[in-house]
Ligand binder design. Sequence first.
Ligand SMILES: Nc1ncnc2c1ncn2[C@@H]1O[C@H](COP(=O)(O)OP(=O)(O)OP(=O)(O)O)[C@@H](O)[C@H]1O
Length: 530
Amino acid sequence: MYRTRPQDEGRLCSEFRFSQAFTQQYELGEKIGKGAHATVHIATDRVTGERVAVKVMPKQLGPNGFLDPHFVRRVRNEVDIASHLCGSLNVCFFHGAYESDAAVHLVLELLSGGPLWDRISSNSYGERAAARLVREVLRTVAQCHSKGIMMRDIKPHNFMFATQAEDSPLKAVDFGISVFCRPGEVIKQRAGTRIVMAPEVVRCRYGLKADLWSVGIMAYMLLTGRLPFPFYERLFVSRQKVPADEMYAEILHAPLDFESPPWDTLSADAADLVALLLDRDQERRPTAKEALKHRWLQDAEGSADGEDVPLNRGIVQRLQRFGTYGRLKQVALRTVANHIPTDSTTIADLRGIFLELDPSDSGRVPYTRLQQELEDGTYTVSSAEARQLLGQLAMTEDGSITFTEWVAALMDWSKMYESSEWDVLVERAFHAIDKDGSGTLTADELELVLCGDEGCQAPDDLDAAMREADLLDAEGGIGLEQFRALLAGEIGDRLDLFETRLPSNMESYSGTMDSTMDSTMYGTVDSDHT
Ligand SMILES: Nc1ncnc2c1ncn2[C@@H]1O[C@H](COP(=O)(O)OP(=O)(O)OP(=O)(O)O)[C@@H](O)[C@H]1O
């Protein structure tokens, strides 16, 4: 994620250093959405014909003619967080960023199922359907929190369905006001959308747990079609303006309504989880990982979906986990994988599955064969998602994936990390990258492993990788200890943070819903501008 550095604030227009080749690569089509900071269009890839969404953000200049620092921060947030999370199927896939003199273009996965907001307004969810959606939202939050990212604007507008299907996956969009926040860190700037704002955000002293309150409000809305606060009636039914101070007072003090219908017909488990998430004491409120273990969410998909999924049915989970590691960490893991002896027992099960795909034991599997494996019905992934997942893997020139790559992507690295082999492997990998033997990985050496002999094509590639690895300040290079820390961080991300995408029976939506809610009542308060 972007941290504001003095030299980045107010840079001249061209200085995002994104590619300027948008119009060469894409044909811009009809407008499909509008937010406060951007318009969103459909666009078509001129070579592949693939349809994508393009978020066009007009460049905002400050009075001095330089780019407005808030604008720079918002764009960097979106780009960096989307890059961090691009392996996750719970997040709208980010294809890349472009800029012209007038605008930044963010090319995104096209989500044609519309925002969750629209379905909340026209449907009520049966408990099981609601539980599935809450679980997807919690997974997204858990993935973000494990990367130290606070989403800060969790609301039904910022989750969109991939398709029109009732059981469509739900994906997060719009990370414009998200921030880096380590566990225990306190943020003091009020930001977000009032109706989902946690009490501690209102008080301007908050951390990651504030996201869980917002999930609680979303879960409440999914189950009841309304908000738990008295101001709901005035704002959404009578359509009156409610002063911000009055909303804040109710968020801080008003009793939350768990009595009125339909609470009398909802399960005790549903009420229990929502009440836990809406605990005003953030210390007692569960983390996203704890909430995911709640009883109400356990049978949400009716299928096994956790650490217990066998390797041969857990490829989608593992590819997502690898995809969220960041490019520099991925290449570092590849280098480590390259040093694991092929007969090591730690990779025996991975070898067995690889051999099923590569019966002649050539050490390679064609990319197309893997794509077929993901799309053959074992998993519920679209072609674009299969490409997204496999796009994390480095391909050989003949379009194959090597066994080393397979190990790097699918390995349970936490087990290797705990083994006696780990330290030696990391050291060997470090020395393999440190070509000049200086004991430090320089920018040139990192560029070589990231982008090969030709160097990085997009000027921002190396910077972005360093930002992802939180190593932007490592101007003198990366030493062995930093390299170790890079590899160890988040190594133990639990697999059940990621969807299995194994088929399961989904309950249909049911019931009725108040359809008077209106997106105009839903504006983000971006405190950077207030
Ligand atoms: N990937 C996508 N696929 C299809 N439509 C999208 C996509 N991303 C956004 N949209 C549509 O465009 C609208 C505006 O997008 P978005 O919310 O990201 O803009 P914004 O200006 O950053 O928002 P905000 O007003 O919350 O700051 C969304 O409400 C949605 O309807």
